[in-house]
Ligand binder design. Structure first.
Ligand SMILES: *Cc1c(COP(=O)(O)O)cnc(C)c1O
Length: 495
């Protein structure tokens, strides 16, 4: 049966998968959600004998039902190729009592590559299927990793342009260097004076601006989104949970049908929501362990049923999780509200006007598969050091937040169900914080000296993504106030 996508804020607004991918966001700020999640009616044993691309086809073909087999396989084969530095694409590594699902082997060394290496293909295919003549303008807010992964994916893709906004003082030096050195005639990168939430709010506002839309259309442009609000990012993210599970089956560590837990370092709630959808498809997952850094708005939400963004925004060493408005949580809220778009809209309106909302007891009772906790800066650094000393394995700061929260979960529950920890970035992307955590003397050293030192102590090859930016020239130096985002977009597109 075909999957139809409908808006979380208006059930009457529906789209096919390709239309939802093209639009990115539904009207009035709504998000597209599948009207049902089809069963993954392939044997888990059989999947355990397939490679990443084959598993991707099995999962994605069930969700993106208006794509032909040929179209989907074309997208998958071009996305998951030699851009990744390992045949496995997403290797599972057993260390320190858990399974680390390494999602950082793509071209920008963060997990965003898992979806953003395929999104340009899905989008261009969707445009063709829907006879779109306009140039697609990808408008993206980034907390650091999405920006570079989207730029890398869309650079010089015919029929597209990409504009990325990042918080000027809210990303790591390597993240910033990766973005501002991006090549490609169709790319633009802009730093804003403001934080990630400001960037995301500004972008969402432009998406719902009808006047802007009409002016763009006149000039032959239309917006789409590379943020995880686009269903074209969520669906590819379901794949690696199925892949990880079936690797454990293949190794004989679990039997097909056994349950696992997943632990996800969370910001915008996209990655963990993809795991939730994978479970709905039939993957045996017992619990979703949602790990936050000191911006622990999600932990408080799971504890109390109150989502409250009225608090200080803290800059941490895990900047890709420095978020107070987790956009994709709306998709879960919609679900636990019994797919009631009016109820969901009411809560989201309260979030916009008052910065907070409270769910009902009945809704909260539907969250029992979720466990939320957070790690302080000190706990995060302590975990990096501990696992380095016990296992010689060096993880990045985001993964360390998840690992620290997993330790808290086990201590609190005694639950030793095999756990897969989503390992979302290479330690080379956050070299300074990682080296400081393991006790390196960092003060007088440049980031690239620290890269070489990390290489010496870890024995892990310096990724090409880092080598490439060592001497690359800065090509983007625009900085604007958060209030000027729209005028910058108009300037870039010559509207
Ligand atoms: C984006 C990102 C996250 C958060 O993922 P969400 O899907 O936004 O919850 C965690 N870690 C890293 C390294 C990231 O880039």
């Amino acid at each position: 049966m075909a999957v139809t996508y409908k808006s979380t804020r208006n059930s009457n607004e529906t789209a096919t998968a390709s239309q939802a991918i093209l639009k990115g966001l539904a009207e009035n700020g709504g998000l597209f959600v599948p009207d049902h999640i089809p069963a993954l009616d392939v044997d888990l044993e059989k999947l355990s004998g397939m490679d990443y691309r084959q598993v991707a086809y099995e999962v994605m073909s069930r969700m993106l039902t208006d794509f032909t087999e040929e179209e989907l396989k074309y997208c998958i084969d071009h996305a998951y190729d030699k851009k990744f530095d390992t045949e496995a694409i997403a290797p599972v590594v057993k260390k320190a009592g858990a399974y680390y699902l390494e999602l950082f082997h793509g071209s920008t060394i963060a997990f965003k590559d898992m979806a953003l290496s395929i999104l340009p293909y899905l989008l261009v295919t969707s445009a063709k299927k829907n006879h779109i003549k306009n140039e697609i303008v990808i408008l993206t807010a980034t907390s650091g990793d999405t920006g570079k992964a989207a730029l890398a994916g869309f650079a010089d893709v015919p029929g597209t342009r990409i504009i990325v906004f990042y918080p000027k003082n809210g990303v790591s030096p390597i993240q910033e260097k990766q973005m501002v050195t991006q090549k490609g005639d169709n790319t633009a990168v802009v730093g804003i004076i403001g934080n990630f939430d400001d960037a995301q709010t500004g972008v969402k506002k432009m998406f719902s601006d009808k006047t802007l839309e009409a002016e763009m259309d006149k000039k032959g442009f239309q917006f789409s989104s590379a943020n995880s609000i686009n269903i074209g990012r969520l669906v590819p993210q379901m794949v690696y949970y199925v892949y990880a599970y079936t690797r454990l089956v293949a190794k004989g560590d679990i039997k097909a049908g056994d349950k696992i837990n997943v632990v996800v370092p969370t910001g915008n709630f996209g990655n963990i929501l993809a795991a939730y959808y994978a479970k709905e498809m039939g993957l045996p997952i017992a619990r979703f362990i949602c790990a936050s850094n000191e911006n622990k708005v999600l932990y408080d939400f799971f504890e109390t049923g109150v989502y409250d963004k009225n608090r200080e925004f803290i800059l941490t060493t895990s900047p890709s999780m420095d978020i107070l408005i987790s956009s994709n949580l709306e998709r879960l809220i919609y679900r636990i509200a019994g797919e009631d778009s009016a109820k969901n809209s009411e809560l989201m309106k309260a979030l916009t006007t008052e910065g907070r909302y409270e769910i009902t007891g009945e809704m909260k009772s539907r969250l029992s598969e979720f466990y939320g906790n957070y790690a302080t800066e000190q706990e995060c650094a302590g975990t990096i050091r501990k696992v380095y000393e016990s296992d010689g394995y060096i993880m990045d700061t985001h993964t360390a937040v998840a690992s620290a929260v997993y330790d808290k979960y086990v201590a609190a529950t005694g639950d030793h169900t095999p756990a897969v920890i989503a390992s979302t970035a290479s330690p080379y992307k956050f070299t300074r914080s990682v080296m400081e955590a393991i006790g390196g003397q960092c003060d007088e050293k440049s980031d690239f000296e620290l890269v070489d030192e990390l290489n010496r102590i870890s024995g892990v090859k310096v990724p090409k993504a880092v080598e490439d930016i060592r001497s690359a020239p800065v090509l983007h130096d625009t900085v604007c106030d958060k209030s000027e985002m729209e005028s910058i977009v108009r300037k870039i597109l010559a509207l």
